[in-house]
Structures are given as structure tokens and as C-alpha cells.
Write a protein that binds this ligand. Sequence first.
Ligand code: NAD
Length: 286
Amino acid sequence: MKIGFIGLGVMGSPMARHLANAGHEIATTLNRSPLPEGIAARVLPAPAEVAEASEIVILMLPDTPDVERVLLGDRGVLAGLRPGSLVIDMSTISPIATRRFADTVGQKGGSYLDAPVSGGQVGAENATLTIMVGGAEADFDRALPLFQIMGKNITLVGATGAGQTCKLANQIIVALTIEAVSEALVFASKAGCDPARVRQALMGGFAASRVLEVHGERMIKRSFAPGFRLKLHQKDLTLALDSAKSLGVALPNTATAQELMSACDREQDHSSLVKALEALASHRLG
Ligand code: NAD
């Protein structure tokens, strides 16, 4: 299949590599960095040319304005979109903007899926991503063989925007769990317990979680190189809060976690949220 893949960063590079290794023809366009090593892809001057050369165009970009620029901007995907082409946005962006992008692509005779992912860089490299999809069932069926090359747990959640909404729900749970693990470890440590032993004890009980396992260990070992950059997680919480506001839904603890992130180094891993709790307690783990 002829696939356009735009956004060859931490996540997009391994994803595009898997598609190329499975025998698909990849076309791309670059904004700053050179073509990452090990990806067989044709580099074209702009998103419009990528769309002209592709049956399916996949986007894996940082944020909503990036997707807007690549899709609708000057020489964007829309300018070169072939009738019947499918655009799949795998970035994490606003569910509200997503519905607008899908309508615009539909008016040009194309189809659109939102398909954000969870599982991080490791999931992208091992092709074990969780993929949460919004859109029409026929488009999902068409994209499924490609999703199966990049991921494992693949769900059509609902109509356009449902994939992004599901991803934001995921980000709420992860952020609040990181915050809870931070509070618990800082509390136990200031009370005189060894946080490593507390984590070990709790891993066998009802408080066990992937976050306690992975991020708890990072907090104790002060291993804050990303991983998932805190600024990207803060962006996701802001998207969740904007979306919730438009629905009249209160997300009080999401708002607190989002605020605490403002007191942290935005380029570090999101487990470094513990530093904000440490500052409030005037106490450092280990
Ligand atoms: P990244 O910053 O590493 O990659 C984004 C890439 O897009 C960069 O290579 C950048 O050069 C490229 N790009 C931006 N504008 C472009 C343009 N106009 N034309 C061509 N290329 C352009 O980000 P990432 O970590 O790969 O994340 C991508 C998306 O996936 C984000 O929405 C993020 O929230 C989401 N996500 C990330 C992770 C993670 O662990 N990193 C996990 C799940 C979801």
C-alpha cells in the first residue's frame, strides 16, 4: 500500500519503520530533522505532495496546531488529497478540533480516523501500542491491517473524536495515579520508611499498578530522563480540561495535577511530578 507518514519523531519513527518493513511504500515530508536512520521512505517537499502520492496518510505530530498546519495549511495534506483517501491522525490532540478536521477532509471526498496511542516509545518500538480509534466502521476495517503492524490492543471506541476522548481519559488516569504514587512515597519516606521497601510491599496488594511499578521505581532511582515528556502530558491534561469545560464536567483532580506540572521541569519524564510533592513536603525521597 502507498502510505504517507508525517511526523517521524520519538513515536512516528519506529511506527513508520514497522510499516516499511512490512512491505508498504512510505512517503514523508520533514520540517527540521533529517530522515531518521533505518526508515525506507521517499522524502517529498510538502504534505500536499505526500497526500498526492498516498492512499492512506498517517499523522504523528506533537499537538493540535501542528496537525492543523500539516492538514489545512499552505501546501497541506488537503491540497493534495486524492478522492477516497483515508487520513489517520495518530497524534494526541483536541477531540473538538478533530471533528472539524474530519468534516473538512470529508468535504474533500476523503475519510478520517482519529487513532491516538498509548504504550510510549517502548510500545512503538515493540509494535505493542494500544490504539484507540474514532470514526466509521468501514474506515476502521480498512486501517486495521496497518494498526495490527504497529499495535496489539486495537479498539474502535466510537464516532469521530471518540479515540481522542478515550486517550484523554487514559491520560487523566495515568496523571492522577502518578500524583497518588508521589504523595504516598513522599508521605512514607518523610515518616521514616524506605520508599523502595514501601513500593515493594505495595506491589503485592490492592494499590499495585503499572505506575507504581514503573514510575515509582523512576522516582526512587531519580531516573527522570524521558520517557514521556512532562510537557506532552500537561498538554493532554489541558486538552481534557478544555473538553470537560465544553461539556460542563468538573475534573478537580485533573486540574490540580495540571497545575502541579507547572512547578516541574517540562522536559523531564512525567514521573518527575514527584518533585512538586517533594517541594511541598520539604522532603526528598532518598
Ligand atoms: P516528537 O516531538 O518526538 O515527534 C513529532 C515529530 O513531528 C517531530 O519529528 C517533528 O519534526 C515532526 N513534525 C512537526 N511538525 C511537522 C511538520 N510541519 N512537517 C513534518 N514533520 C513535522 O513527539 P512524539 O513523542 O513522537 O509524540 C507524537 C504524538 O504522540 C504527540 O501527540 C504525543 O502526545 C503522542 N504520544 C507520545 C508518547 C510518547 O511516549 N512519546 C506516547 C503516546 C502518545
